[in-house]
Structures are given as structure tokens and as C-alpha cells.
Design a protein around this ligand. Structure first.
Ligand code: AHG
Ligand code: MN
Ligand code: MN
Length: 338
């Protein structure tokens, strides 16, 4: 098998109709390098003393794990000096990180969830890094937080790296989804699948069932109908999976289909959801759409949401197109038939 490295793939993307500019190619190479570094740290586990909790909280009041902080630092250090970025924003930092004056400033903005699935770190279950790339608004001088507040449809690249049995980087630059698995001997990501497609129908759903009593009626209805199986209105049996790492759940959906829901619920009614629009929902939503799936908040396409603030949260329903359309219809028209 002829091995195509991520570097070669990106160079070819750059050549085909200039699909990605050189600076964006550089940015993606650097993000991939940082993910390799994080993958190595993750793999060392207790031996590398990377497990356990740090003595700090992030801006959302969540206790930070050591790896949340390590991964955040790795991404910043790798990306700040290359000249491709103006600023970065992270789930783990309150404000934006502007590229220091001693380095040249580029025209891109990088957003990330450095370590997704933190509750799985210490139990040796798949975790990941999620990233999203935006461009500075035209003619803008001096970067500030408002420059980041762009709808997901404005992303120029997005992806994630899942640290599981294999370390796999999944990427879109707006021309479909490609997957690259880390060849540790060569030290490079190697293309394993192009044009990833999510089947429009599925028999597998992913939701944290322990929150059922807090759900809104349309979500409850959808899951009840899945659980009713062959004898119910759907006329087929469904299977359920919940890894509690969005990267791992989305990776399964990109691989074999399925629907993922982290909906708004009544636990904290003033919060639109648990997941973060800019670091989780937008990049994952775009990947899923690029693979033929759909992503909504129950009422509208995730990528059309105009963010009001950096750490905004959102209700997320994504995956196999027909299922996402069904849940969205149950929200928009609760009396519509199954
Ligand atoms: P993070 O570790 O970045 O805070 O994200 C965790 C998210 C997401 O990865 C996952 O789908 C979800 O939280 C799991 O939440 P529950 O523990 O409520 O199931
Ligand atoms: Mn996350
Ligand atoms: Mn995280």
C-alpha cells in the first residue's frame, strides 16, 4: 500500500486549485505535531505522571485535570511562533491568547478543546483534542475577542485527534473528511480514509441516559421510540453507546453512523446545553456535515448560530442525517407523526 502522509496530503490540497493557502497548511501541520506530542503524553499515563487532577478550575468552574493543562500548553507553545496565527482561544483559558509581539502575526485564529473527555483520562478510555480554524475578519487591525465570534459556517478548517487504541487525526478543509492514523515508527500521520461518509440511516444512538428525567419532551419522545424497538413506531431495534468523550462518540459515528445527542435539559435551564459551541459543536458539526450528516441544536443548524460569547454553550444533535432531521422535526413540530 502506498502511504500518503498528512504532509503530502496537505501539499496536494494546496496545489489543487489553491484549496488551502500555504499559511493554513503550515497551521495544520503544526496542530498535527502538537497532537503527536499530546498523544505521547497521554500514552505515558501514570509513568509520565500525567494522570489526576490539577489544583485549578477553568473558566466554566470545572476542575482541571493535569492533562487538560498539559495539552493546552502544548498547543499554545507549538502554535505561537510560526507566524500563521493572530490569536488562539481555548476551553481552558478565560480570555483569548494573542500571539506575543516578538513573533510575526498571521491571519488565522485557532480555537481548541485541548483535551476532550477529561473524565476518561484516568480510566484509560479514548480521549481527544478538537480544533477549529477561522480567518481574521478582512481589514481588521489588532485582534480581539470579537474577531472570534463568527458562525461555524465561516470555519476554514476543523478536526480532531482521538487518542484511543490508535491515534487518529480527522480533518476537513471544506472538501470532505479525511482520516490519518499515527504511524509511531515513522512519526507521521498516514492517510487511512478519504471521503468519509456517514450513512443517512442508523440503528445506534448515543446520549447520557442518566439525564432522562431532565430532558425536554421532543428528546424524550425520540429516545422512547428508539427504546420501543421493533414493536414500536420505528419498527426496528436500536443499540446504544455512550463513551462520554465526544471525540470518541463522533469518531464512531463517522466510522459506522449513528446519532449523538447532548441536549439542553432542565438541570440548569438557563444554560443552552453542556457542550461548547466554538470548541466542540462547530468543528464536530462541520466534520459531520462534510461527511453527509447533519448537526442542529434541535431548532437550527449549528453552523448558522451566531456566537454571542467565546465560551457559549449549545444543545447538540448530530450524526446520521435522517435521524437528526427527525429529532429536529420533533422540536419544531411536536405533533408531527413518527
Ligand atoms: P470535556 O472533557 O472537554 O469537558 O468534554 C466532555 C464532554 C464531552 O466530551 C462528552 O460528550 C460529555 O462531556 C460527557 O458528559 P457527561 O459526563 O455528562 O456524560
Ligand atoms: Mn470537550
Ligand atoms: Mn476539554
Amino acid at each position: 500500500m502506498k502511504k500518503i502522509s498528512l504532509s503530502r496530503y496537505l501539499v496536494e490540497q494546496q496545489r489543487v486549485d489553491g484549496r488551502i493557502p500555504p499559511q493554513l497548511r503550515l497551521l495544520l501541520e503544526v496542530v498535527a505535531r502538537a497532537c503527536k506530542h499530546i498523544s505521547h503524553s497521554v500514552n505515558t499515563g501514570a509513568l509520565g505522571e500525567v494522570l489526576g487532577t490539577a489544583s485549578s478550575e477553568n473558566v466554566q468552574g470545572e476542575v482541571q485535570k493535569k492533562l487538560d493543562i498539559i495539552a493546552n500548553e502544548v498547543l499554545i507553545e507549538a502554535n505561537e511562533w510560526g507566524g500563521h496565527l493572530a490569536a488562539m482561544a481555548s476551553e481552558e483559558m478565560e480570555g483569548i491568547y494573542v500571539v506575543p509581539n516578538r513573533y510575526p502575526q498571521g491571519e488565522y485564529l485557532l480555537l481548541f478543546d485541548p483535551l476532550d473527555g477529561s473524565s476518561n483520562i484516568d480510566v484509560n478510555v479514548s480521549i481527544g483534542t478538537i480544533f477549529s480554524v477561522l480567518k481574521m475578519p478582512d481589514g481588521d487591525r489588532g485582534v480581539d475577542e470579537a474577531d472570534f465570534l463568527q458562525a461555524g459556517s465561516q470555519q476554514v478548517a476543523a478536526g480532531y485527534c482521538v487518542y484511543g487504541p490508535q491515534t487518529t487525526l480527522v480533518l476537513t478543509v471544506g472538501d470532505g473528511v479525511a482520516m490519518f492514523t499515527l504511524d509511531r515508527e515513522q512519526g507521521s500521520f498516514v492517510l487511512v480514509q478519504e471521503n468519509v461518509m456517514i450513512p443517512a440511516d442508523t440503528k445506534e444512538f448515543a446520549i447520557n441516559m442518566s439525564n432522562m428525567r431532565h430532558w425536554d419532551a421532543p428528546v424524550k419522545r425520540y429516545v422512547d421510540e428508539c427504546l420501543a424497538g421493533k414493536e414500536g413506531p420505528r419498527g426496528k431495534d436500536f443499540n446504544m453507546r455512550w463513551v462520554a468523550s465526544m471525540v470518541a462518540d463522533v469518531h464512531r459515528i463517522l466510522t459506522r453512523g449513528g446519532i449523538f445527542l447532548y441536549p439542553w435539559d432542565k438541570r440548569e435551564p438557563e444554560k443552552p446545553g453542556k457542550l461548547r459551541l466554538m470548541y466542540e459543536a462547530n468543528p464536530m458539526g462541520w466534520l459531520v456535515e462534510q461527511a453527509g450528516g447533519a448537526a442542529t441544536n434541535g431548532h437550527q443548524r449549528i453552523l448558522d448560530i451566531q456566537p454571542g460569547k467565546l465560551h457559549e454553550r449549545v444543545s447538540v444533535i448530530l450524526g446520521s442525517k435522517h435521524e437528526v432531521e427527525r429529532v429536529t422535526r420533533y422540536h419544531l413540530d411536536p405533533s408531527s407523526p413518527a
